[in-house]
Design a protein around this ligand. Sequence first.
Ligand code: DOR
Ligand code: ZN
Length: 352
Amino acid sequence: MATNPTQIELIQPDDWHLHIRDGEVMKDVLADTARQFARAIIMPNLKPPVTTVDLANAYRARIEGQLKLLGVDTFTPLMTLYLTDNTSADEVRKAKAEGIAGFKLYPAGATTNSDAGVSDLKHCHAALEAMQAVGLPLLVHGEVTSSEIDIFDREAVFIDQVLEPLRKNFPELKLVFEHITTLQAVHYVRDAATAGKNTIGATITPQHLLMNRNAIFAGGIRPHNYCLPVLKREEHRVALLEAATSGNPRFFLGTDSAPHAKGAKEAACGCAGCYSAFNALGLYAEAFESVGKLDKLEGFASFFGPDFYSLPRNTKKVTLVKRAQNIPNELPLGDATIVPLRAGETIAWSLF
Ligand code: DOR
Ligand code: ZN
């Protein structure tokens, strides 16, 4: 690859962590993702959450209906189920049989729509055993929820208190540590022993590669840069960028694009979530270019995710072009609007 390329061709990427909500909101956000990605892991934290195969199949049908209306036939949603204290081993086996991609662990109270999440993993032994047996991945929101633990430490504490015991009890469980934000998580995933098996991976969002926690407070409170797990110090951003651009297949793309209406973000108690879907690939390209590692983008964006999930890699190629794209101040979102990440600014790379 040239030292300063102005375009890069890569196999079409997938998004291994995405929120598209439902109904009118879904209609507006799905087009942004489908313009760039071939597949996406669809998060199940709807209201009420997607806890059963039947609910997931119905949700998939609504997504497919919407894709049809958009005239898109090149995008495949990969469905997940929301793990609860009551998820049965039978539901896990049914999920495997019906092509569900994994189960999502939200510790109860950790984030948006997580009230029905797991109160204690000891309630989930039968389900976790079944997941391990059939090879269904557990996708983990890795933060403890205790209000006594400093919000900036919740991921690191989760590793010691929850993740390490979980992996000891279920050594062959396939696990994705989602949207990692710390040096500790990078080291944990990089160094985890897996007895030769491909059992641990991690997704990384564009905002955690591009910003540190100063971005939440730059000149005033910046609600559109607030997500969970919250942005951390610069040393963590640097560690994440090193991991993403290292070529280590344990680290792959997952935007965690999480739409909330403008009014729900710009509020006395604003919701967590950054809407990065508008030009997510441009954001990742910018991050990789900042350390001269554009040549590592294809592995991170297009190869390591499907390899982890034991799915075929995409075959179609797409071209990212270095062409400044203006990001609108607001986009339509049902009968409201949404403020995309980097609103009113430009992103140097774009697919379109
Ligand atoms: O910032 C976030 N927003 N983090 C999450 O874990 C959930 C997400 C959402 O659903 O809005
Ligand atoms: Zn998420």
